[in-house]
Design a protein around this ligand. Structure first.
Ligand code: C6P
Length: 414
């Protein structure tokens, strides 16, 4: 971007991402699918290399130098993540496989112990399946009721629903901070405060938030926050943040090595936090890589990351919105949304659209993006989605729009 108002040097950032400098199908790669998974900078790739080249060993077990180094870096990364989201202690930061596993952990462990027949779980229509299905399973098992806060035509949660649906019967409020389809930034603090006012706990899906904007777990006062490393420049590993007082009382999610203090044939005693929830050998290199990604993002400054995304999203909304007949989902104001723009064109199915984009070297996602209920609500089976990150530039949006116009011509003619 030539006129940066966001403090990111995007041209320099792009140099850090080797994958971006290639051609696909004979065209320069345009990667517009960062909401699905982000690309990784060289420093993260090098951290993985270094682990496997120099100190590949299991953690918490070995008494030799390599194992000690692996353990120190794995635990060091946890402390970086703690600082990044402003958790009170590293004991509140649990490594998981992904955001999905983080949410399932809470549903299984906290939900099974604390939810009873007739209790209610409140979620929203904006949710990814990862924040719907675990609650469906739990509600079915416990004979509890699952309710959904609705949205208006612009994908904004209905304020009156927040007030009326979260009641004394509510035990869990499971809501997203940023929709992966409509892009909506939800009034999460208001939702959390409302939940706490009725004595419910909050499970916040921050998968599209933590990578893209400053998130302060203590300021939010969220009970649980789930997110994925692979959407924030890191490899495939997830995080569950949970308040210590709640985690202390919870039973483990999975049993096995590392999560125990003592095992006898008749009973076992659990390890202390956070390891009580980390059974078996974890994704060691990936977690270390997440620490490096957090360093990279911290260096950029999360305020700057957010400002850049606002700018590029505003540009995308304007350009994509100017193509005749295109319907964009979500709020019109870029300040109210994250860096995703999902749209539909009446002429073509999103899978066909995505294939034509691919022939031009452009990566976008076509489908329901694991948010079928939201698509159903809008009466659209699927959408095409472009999503952005720190390395995205307006020229990529220009190419997208150029190709979109071609797509419309192809389908009109056929
Ligand atoms: N959304 C997308 O293309 P996992 O798969 O566990 O890392 O993340 C799940 C998840 C949870 N919540 C939100 C808001 C998400 O966007 C995602 C992942 C990807 O939109 C893959 S479906």
């Amino acid at each position: 971007m030539s006129n940066n108002s966001h403090g990111l040097n995007v041209a320099a950032i792009r140099e850090d991402f080797p994958i971006l400098h290639q051609t696909v199908n004979g065209k320069a790669l345009v990667y517009l699918d960062s909401a699905a998974t982000s690309q990784k900078p060289d420093v993260v790739i090098q951290a993985l290399n270094e682990y496997y080249h120099k100190y590949n060993a299991n953690i918490h077990r070995g008494v030799y130098s390599l194992a000690e180094e692996a353990t120190a870096r794995y635990e060091g990364a946890r402390k970086k993540i703690q600082k990044f989201i402003n958790a009170k202690t590293h004991r509140e930061v649990i490594y998981t496989r992904n955001a999905t596993e983080s949410i399932n952990l809470v549903a299984y462990s906290w939900g099974r112990a604390n939810l009873h027949e007739g209790d209610e779980i409140v979620s929203t229509l904006l949710e990814h399946h990862a924040n719907i299905v675990p609650w469906q399973l739990l509600a079915k098992e416990k004979n509890a009721k699952l309710k959904f806060i609705g949205v208006d035509d612009h994908g904004v949660l209905r304020p009156e629903d927040i007030e009326t649906m979260i009641t004394d019967k509510t035990k869990i409020v499971a809501a997203t901070m940023v929709s992966n389809v409509a892009g909506t930034i939800t009034p999460i603090k208001q939702i959390i405060d409302r939940a706490h006012a009725v004595g419910a706990i909050t499970v916040i899906d921050a998968a599209q938030a933590v990578p893209h904007m400053p998130v302060d777990a203590q300021a939010l006062d969220a009970d649980f926050l789930a997110f994925s490393g692979h959407k924030m420049l890191a490899p495939f590993v997830g995080i569950l943040y949970g308040k210590r007082a709640l985690l202390e009382k919870m039973e483990p999610f999975m049993g096995g090595g590392d999560m125990i203090r003592e095992v006898h044939l008749e009973y076992s005693k659990w390890n202390e936090l956070p390891w009580k929830f980390e059974a078996g050998t974890p994704a060691i290199a990936e977690s270390i890589g997440l620490g490096v990604a957090v360093d990279y993002l911290t260096e950029l400054g999360m305020e700057n990351v957010r400002a850049h995304e606002c700018q590029i999203t505003a540009y995308a909304l304007d350009k994509i919105g100017s193509v005749e007949g295109v319907q964009i989902l979500g709020p019109l104001d870029p300040d109210q949304r994250g860096g995703v723009v999902a749209f539909s064109i009446p002429e073509a199915h999103p899978h066909d659209v995505a294939q034509i984009f691919d022939s031009e070297g452009i990566c976008v996602r076509g489908g329901h993006h694991c948010a079928m209920p939201l698509h159903e609500y809008y009466g659209i089976a699927a959408t095409t989605r472009a999503s952005f990150y720190v390395y995205s530039v307006p020229e990529e949006i220009d190419k997208l729009v150029e190709t979109l116009k071609k797509v419309k011509q192809i389908f009109k003619a056929s």
